[in-house]
Design a protein around this ligand. Structure first.
Ligand code: C2O
Ligand code: CU
Length: 480
C-alpha cells in the first residue's frame, strides 16, 4: 500500500502521499459518523492570567464500548482549550503526575526560552529518577523541574490558533500519541472587530490518527523502532478525540479551526459532495484577505482557519470532510435554516509586512546512515542539544532554504515565516500568510522568510513528523 511504502518509495523518487507506516487496530471499530463530535472543555483560570493543569492518566471511552488509557492534560484528550488574549500575559503551571518526565511546548507561541518547552527542560514526576545518574543521559542545558513548572507566556502576538503538546527529547511521539496535546486560541481586538462566525459556529477541529489494541489501549510500536522510521500512522481518524464523528450544524457559515495533530499522517481535506473552504487564517494568524480552496493539504503541526458556508447545502444533507487517502474524517449534517449575520470581509487584517532578509541559510532534512544506524538529520547532524546550527539576530529577518529527501513538515519555534518559493515557483495558494510549520515535500526546495522577534535565547527547528523528531531531526538555533 502507499501507506506502507514509506521510505522505499521516497528513495525511488516517487511522492508517497502518506508519510508514515500504517498500524491497524485489533478491535471492532464503530461505523463512521455515529459518535457525536466532542468539543474540548475550556480551561478555567485559577486567577486572572493564571492556570494550573495536571498531566494524569485516565481511562476514557474513545471507541464506543471499550476504554482507553490516555495521558492527558487534566486527564482529557484532547487537553482543555485555552482561550488567551493578546497583551494579557499568562502563566500556566503544569504539574506532572504521569509515569514519565514531560516538557510542554506552546506551538506557535512567541515564548521566552525558559518557557518554550525545550526538550531537556523537563518536569519530572515525584519519585522518578530522571537525574543524570539515574539511567537517563545527561545533556547540556538539561533542567529537571520537580513535579511542576510555571510556563510564562507574554502573548505579545496576533490572534491565532495555537496548540500545545509534549516535547520531551526522544519521547515526543509516544507521549503525544498517548494524548498530550490540546488547543490554545489567542484572540485580539483586530479579530473581535470582524463579523466572523462565533460561539457555537466556531469549531476547533483537532485531527489525529490512532490505532488500538484488542483491549482498547492505544497501539504503538516500541520507541525508535527502525521499522517505523518513516513515522507511525493509525487506521482510526479522530476529531477532538472521537472516531469519524458527526456534528449537526445549521445552514449558516461556520468557522473551522483545523489542526493536524497527527504524529506523521498528512491530509488533503475536501468537502463531499463538493464545496469550498474559505481560508481566513494560517498558523500564525489572520490572512490579509480570504483565499478559497477546494483542497487543503495539512501536514503535522499546521493549522488552517477556514469558513464553510453550510447554506450552500439543502437542509437534511450530509457534508463529509474527507481525506484523499484516509477517506472519511468527519461529517456535518445540516439540520435547519437559521439567521446568519456573519460575513467574511474582503479585508481581514493587516499582518506584519515582510522585511528584507539580512542572511540566507540552508537546512537540509535527510536520512543518513544505513539500516543499522540510520538517523534523520539536519545538515547531516542528528540532534544535539546545546549545539546551535544558526545564530540569527533579534529583530531581523533571514531567508532559510529548506530541502529534503522525504515529506518533512518543518517547524520553527519562536519565529514566524512566510513561504517565498516552493520548488522554484511562487508559493501555493495554501502557503499564504505567516506560518510556523511548512510541509517540505520530497526533493523540493522551500524558501521561507523568517522573522526573529520577541526574545533572545535558544530555540529549535525540527521536523514535525514526531517519529522523525524523536529520531533526531531537530536542531537548536540561538537568537542573539
Ligand atoms: Cu509543535 Cu517543536 O513543536
Ligand atoms: Cu521529517
Amino acid at each position: 500500500t502507499l501507506a506502507g511504502a514509506g521510505l522505499a518509495a521516497a528513495g525511488c523518487g516517487a511522492f508517497p502521499e502518506s508519510a508514515g507506516r500504517l498500524l491497524t487496530s485489533r478491535l471492532p471499530l464503530p461505523a463512521p459518523f455515529t459518535v457525536p463530535l466532542p468539543i474540548p472543555p475550556l480551561a478555567r483560570p485559577v486567577a486572572p492570567g493564571r492556570y494550573e493543569v495536571t498531566q494524569r492518566t485516565a481511562k476514557v471511552e474513545i471507541i464506543p464500548g471499550t476504554t482507553t488509557e490516555i495521558w492527558g492534560y487534566d486527564a482529557t484528550f484532547p487537553g482543555p482549550t485555552f482561550e488567551l488574549r493578546r497583551g494579557d500575559p499568562t502563566t500556566i503551571r503544569v504539574r506532572n503526575e504521569l509515569p514519565e518526565p514531560t516538557s510542554t511546548h506552546l506551538h506557535g507561541g512567541v515564548n521566552p526560552p525558559g518557557s518554550d518547552g525545550y526538550p531537556t527542560d523537563l518536569v519530572v514526576p515525584r519519585g522518578h529518577s530522571a537525574h543524570p545518574h539515574g539511567g537517563h543521559p545527561s545533556h547540556p542545558g538539561m533542567r529537571l523541574n520537580p513535579v511542576a513548572k510555571d510556563y510564562h507566556y507574554p502573548l505579545d502576538q496576533r490572534a491565532a490558533t495555537l496548540w500545545y503538546h509534549d516535547h520531551r527529547m526522544d519521547f515526543t511521539a509516544p507521549q503525544v500519541w498517548r494524548g498530550l496535546a490540546g488547543l490554545a486560541l489567542v484572540r485580539d481586538e483586530e479579530e473581535d472587530a470582524l463579523p466572523l462566525p462565533r460561539g457555537e459556529r466556531e469549531l476547533p477541529l483537532l485531527i489525529c490518527d490512532r490505532a488500538f489494541e484488542e483491549d482498547g489501549s492505544f497501539r504503538y510500536p516500541r520507541a525508535h523502532d527502525p521499522h517505523y522510521m518513516a513515522g507511525v500512522e493509525g487506521d482510526v481518524i479522530l476529531v477532538n478525540g472521537a472516531p469519524w464523528p458527526v456534528a449537526e450544524v445549521s445552514a449558516t457559515r461556520h468557522r473551522l479551526r483545523l489542526l493536524n495533530a497527527s504524529n506523521a499522517r498528512r491530509y488533503r481535506l475536501r468537502l463531499a459532495p463538493g464545496g469550498r473552504f474559505t481560508q481566513i487564517g494560517s498558523d500564525a494568524g489572520l490572512l490579509a484577505a480570504p483565499v478559497a480552496h477546494e483542497v487543503i493539504p495539512i501536514s503535522p503541526g499546521e493549522r488552517y482557519d477556514v469558513v464553510v458556508d453550510f447554506s450552500a447545502y439543502p437542509v437534511g444533507s450530509a457534508v463529509t470532510l474527507t481525506d484523499e487517502l484516509a477517506g472519511d474524517v468527519m461529517r456535518f449534517v445540516v439540520t435547519r435554516r437559521a439567521a446568519d449575520d456573519s460575513a467574511v470581509p474582503a479585508v481581514l487584517s493587516r499582518p506584519p509586512e515582510r522585511t528584507r532578509a539580512v542572511a540566507m541559510r540552508a537546512f537540509d532534512f535527510r536520512r543518513t546512515g544505513d539500516a543499522g544506524n540510520a538517523a534523520w538529520t539536519i545538515n547531516g547532524r542528528p540532534y544535539r542539544p546545546g549545539a546551535p546550527l544558526a545564530r540569527p539576530r533579534l529583530g531581523t529577518a533571514e531567508m532559510w532554504r529548506l530541502t529534503s529527501d522525504f515529506h518533512h513538515p518543518v517547524h520553527l519555534h519562536l519565529a514566524h515565516f512566510q513561504v517565498l518559493a516552493r520548488g522554484g515557483r511562487p508559493p501555493s495558494a495554501t502557503d499564504a500568510g505567516w506560518k510556523d510549520t511548512v510541509d517540505v515535500r520530497p526533493y523540493e526546495v522551500v524558501d521561507v522568510l523568517a522573522r526573529f522577534d520577541g526574545h533572545r535565547g535558544r530555540y529549535m527547528i525540527h521536523c514535525h513528523n514526531l517519529e522523525h523528531e524523536d529520531m533526531a531531526m531537530m536542531a537548536d538555533f540561538d537568537v542573539v
